[in-house]
Ligand binder design. Structure first.
Ligand code: HXC
Length: 296
């Protein structure tokens, strides 16, 4: 018998082949981290289904350019709002801007995140605090700023988390701790806001190709790094995450809340999971590879 070959999952289909182009007509999405990477792709996909958007980020120039690109690609409105999720006042102002300009907030994407590779013993107190503040406190601040509006529309939240914290992931203690907090917050939002008709879910992406973060990690030439194992045979695509988000925001998920949807081709169930450096011995190699980890 000839050796069996890996059967890879088909590439992610366009959401327009699955969902109606008018699915989100008349709705507004408020997206932190919506100006780049996976967040931007999810916003673009939702705009192709009729939503207008407010994207939130710290860098005005990059955000304005992203908003222009999103409008040009989809023909929908996209408003850039400069804010730092760590600063409650700035995120409250962004939420107010969204309602002043677009009249409502139906959907909230909490996608702002901080990440870099470092062993726990190398992290300064401020480095740990910074990631906790962007990811976990930022989720809280975004919730507080938007919930009065989201209750009015009986809307929904999607929080972008990770699978890093399901096992230990070396160099990612700070991110793992922060994302565990994000998962917990989403579950409580689901319980406490369910009676107001508001849903809250988490998407936990596995390794997604073509993002700045993954490109950075893949560029590391660490001999002890173990390859990520993905049972479905291919890296995730941004469209895989966007399709999951469109489903979770749609009425198709009307009875789905307090869930964590892992989109990772099954990688979480393998030993290597999301951890790019799962071997304990790679900790001892950190000094060697540190110079390869570019600071952003
Ligand atoms: C160690 C670092 C560091 C690094 C920053 N710090 N980069 N420590 N190694 N590579 C420390 C700084 O020295 C400082 O501590 C503290 O962190 C704050 O750094 P600042 O640069 O002053 O903060 P700020 O300008 O707010 O930037 C925060 C940041 C940001 C987190 C460092 O650059 C960032 O968000 N970058 C990554 C964005 C990103 O990739 N997002 C995608 C996330 S994907 P001291 O003590 O010196 O003051 C994701 C999914 C997870 O999260 C799954 C992926 C595997």
């Amino acid at each position: 018998m000839s050796s069996p070959k890996q059967v890879n999952a088909p590439n992610a289909p366009s959401s327009l082949d699955i969902f109606s182009p008018n699915l989100f007509k008349g709705k507004v999405v408020f997206a932190t981290g919506g100006g780049s990477g996976i967040g931007k792709h999810v916003v673009e996909t939702m705009m192709r289904h009729g939503v207008d958007a407010v994207i939130i980020g710290r860098k005005t120039d990059r955000l304005t350019q992203a908003a222009n690109e999103l409008e040009a690609a989809t023909g929908r409105k996209c408003i850039p709002a400069t804010a730092d999720v760590r600063d409650p006042k700035s995120i409250q102002a962004a939420a107010k801007l969204a309602v002043d300009k677009l009249g409502r907030i139906d959907f909230v994407i909490c996608g702002a995140a901080g990440n870099f590779l470092a062993p726990l013993s190398h992290l300064s107190e401020n480095a740990f605090k910074t990631v906790m503040e962007i990811d976990t406190l930022g989720t809280f601040n975004t919730f507080k700023a938007t919930i009065p509006y989201v209750r009015q529309t009986h809307g929904a939240y999607i929080h972008f988390s990770a699978t890093l914290h399901y096992q230990g992931s070396v160099y990612q203690a700070h991110v793992s701790a922060a994302k565990a907090g994000v998962d917990a917050l989403s579950n409580v939002i689901a319980i406490e806001e369910g009676p107001y008709g508001v849903r809250s879910n988490v998407i936990a992406p596995g390794p997604i190709g073509g993002t700045p973060g993954m490109d950075r990690l893949s560029s590391l030439d660490d001999p002890s790094a173990r390859k990520i194992r993905i049972p479905l045979g291919r890296m995730g695509e941004k469209a895989d995450i966007a399709n999951a988000a469109v489903f979770l925001f749609s009425n198709g998920a009307a009875h789905v809340t307090g869930q964590i949807l892992v989109v990772d081709g099954g990688a979480q169930h393998t030993y290597s999971g999301m951890g790019v450096f799962p071997y304990p011995e790679s900790v001892l190699e950190f000094e060697k590879i540190k110079k390869l980890v570019p600071r952003l």
